[in-house]
Ligand binder design. Structure first.
Ligand code: PSU
Ligand code: MN
Length: 347
C-alpha cells in the first residue's frame, strides 16, 4: 500500500522462511524484522554454548549509567566462562539477537526516553511494524519476549536477574507476568534468582505448575528442602518444588526436556551469593513501603515492576544495586556453565 515505502517493501519480500533442525525445532532466518549477529549465528552453527541475555533490566530495571556498565560486564562474564553472549533487544524496530558493543551502548543509553519501550511478547510486532510507517522505537525485551526471540534463533539457555510473577492482589487485578505463560509455551531455560517478594511467591509457583514449567533451585550442598529464593534474599519462606545439585544436573534435565520434545520452558533458581544477600526482614519492610507508594500513586500494569524497582533503590539508599549486580553476575556465570554442559550432552 501507499504507506509502505519501496525500501520497506523490499525488506519485506526478502523476509524468508524458517529452517528446521534437529528435534523439530524451527529457527527463524534473518529478515527485515529479525537479525541474528554473525558471531551468534556462527556460534550456534558450531554448536558452541550461547547464552541469551535480556535488555529490560537495562532499559527499565537498572538505573543509568550503571546499566551501560552492567550490559558489557554480563557479556564478559559469558565470554570468560567459555560461552558466547547473545544480548537480545529491539534497536530501531528490528529484533537484535546479539549486538556489537556500539549497539549495546546505543540501546542502554536510550533508557528513560519515551521511544524506548518495555516489551513483552505482545508488543514485538507492534514495535517492529511501526518502523514501516516511520515510527522508530528501541525496546528492552522482558523475560517473556527474550525467551521467545531466543527460541526463534535456536538459543536454549538464558541468564538474568529476577523472574516476573503473580502480583499481590492478582486475584482481583489479574496482573500475572507474561514471563509465566511464556515459561509454559517456549522451551527455553531461564536461570534467575527467583521472584522479588513484592510478588506473590506461593501463587507464582502454583501458576508455573499449571503452566507446566519446571522449577528447581540450586541447593549447593544444602540438604533437605530449600526455599525458592526471593531475589535479594536467599529465603522466601516458600519451599522450592525441587532442588538440583549443580550445572551438570541442570543440563541433564534440559537435555531430557528437549529430547522428549516437551514444549514448555524450565526455570532454575540460583539464590543470591550469601555474602551479597540482604536479610529477608530488611527487604520485607522496604517492599511493603514500595508497594504502599505504588498503590497510593495508582501505578498498575506494566509500569508497576519498574516503579517498585526504582522505589526499592531509593528506600535502600542504593544498597539494592550492588546486591542486584552480584546476583545477576552469578546467574549469568551459572547459565554459561549450564550451556557448556548442555553442549557436551548434545555432542
Ligand atoms: N524483576 C526484577 N527485575 C527486572 C524485571 C523483573 O527483579 O528487571 C523485569 C524482567 O524483564 C521481567 C519483567 O521479565 O520485569 C517483568 O515485568 P512484568 O512484571 O510487568 O511482567
Ligand atoms: Mn503485569
Amino acid at each position: 500500500g501507499p504507506l509502505l515505502r519501496a525500501g520497506h517493501r523490499a525488506s519485506l519480500s526478502r523476509a524468508s522462511g524458517a529452517t528446521f533442525t534437529g528435534q523439530g525445532r524451527r529457527h527463524l532466518t534473518n529478515n527485515g524484522f529479525f537479525r541474528v549477529s554473525e558471531e551468534v549465528r556462527e556460534a550456534l552453527h558450531a554448536k558452541k554454548p550461547v547464552v541469551a541475555l535480556e535488555t529490560t533490566i537495562y532499559t527499565h530495571g537498572f538505573p543509568y549509567p550503571e546499566n551501560v556498565a552492567l550490559a558489557s560486564l554480563l557479556e564478559s562474564v559469558v565470554r570468560v566462562n567459555g560461552g558466547v553472549p547473545a544480548t537480545i533487544g529491539i534497536l530501531d524496530g528490528v529484533v537484535r539477537v546479539g549486538m556489537d558493543p556500539e549497539e549495546l551502548i546505543r540501546l542502554t543509553e536510550s533508557a528513560g526516553r519515551n521511544t524506548t519501550l518495555k516489551l513483552s511478547r505482545r508488543d514485538l510486532s507492534y514495535v517492529c511494524g511501526q518502523r514501516l510507517v516511520g515510527k522508530h522505537f528501541n525496546g528492552g525485551t522482558t523475560i517473556s519476549a527474550t525467551m521467545l526471540l531466543a527460541h526463534l534463533a535456536g538459543i536454549k539457555v538464558f541468564g538474568t536477574g529476577g523472574l516476573g510473577g503473580v502480583h499481590r492482589g492478582a486475584e482481583s487485578s489479574m496482573d500475572v507476568s507474561a514471563d509465566l505463560t511464556e515459561l509454559g509455551r517456549t522451551p527455553v531455560t531461564v536461570i534467575s534468582s527467583g521472584c522479588k517478594s513484592f510478588l506473590d511467591i506461593p501463587r507464582t509457583l502454583e501458576y508455573l505448575e499449571t503452566e507446566g514449567a519446571f522449577v528447581g533451585t540450586f541447593a549447593d550442598g544444602r540438604t533437605g528442602s530449600v526455599d525458592f529464593p526471593a531475589f535479594w534474599s536467599r529465603d522466601s519462606g516458600v519451599k522450592s518444588p525441587t532442588t538440583i545439585e549443580n550445572e551438570i544436573e541442570a543440563a541433564a534435565i534440559i537435555h531430557a526436556q528437549h529430547s522428549l520434545n516437551i514444549s514448555s520452558g524450565l526455570h532454575f533458581a540460583n539464590p543470591i551469593p550469601a555474602e551479597s544477600a540482604i536479610p529477608k526482614e530488611t527487604m520485607d519492610a522496604v517492599i511493603e513501603e514500595a508497594i504502599k507508594q505504588a498503590n497510593a500513586s495508582g501505578i498498575i500494569g506494566k509500569d508497576n515492576t519498574p516503579f517498585i524497582l526504582a522505589k526499592v533503590k531509593e528506600l535502600t539508599k542504593g544498597a539494592s544495586i550492588p546486591a542486584n549486580k552480584a546476583l545477576i553476575e552469578s546467574n549469568v556465570r551459572r547459565a554459561t556453565i549450564v550451556a557448556r554442559e548442555l553442549a557436551v550432552l548434545e555432542s
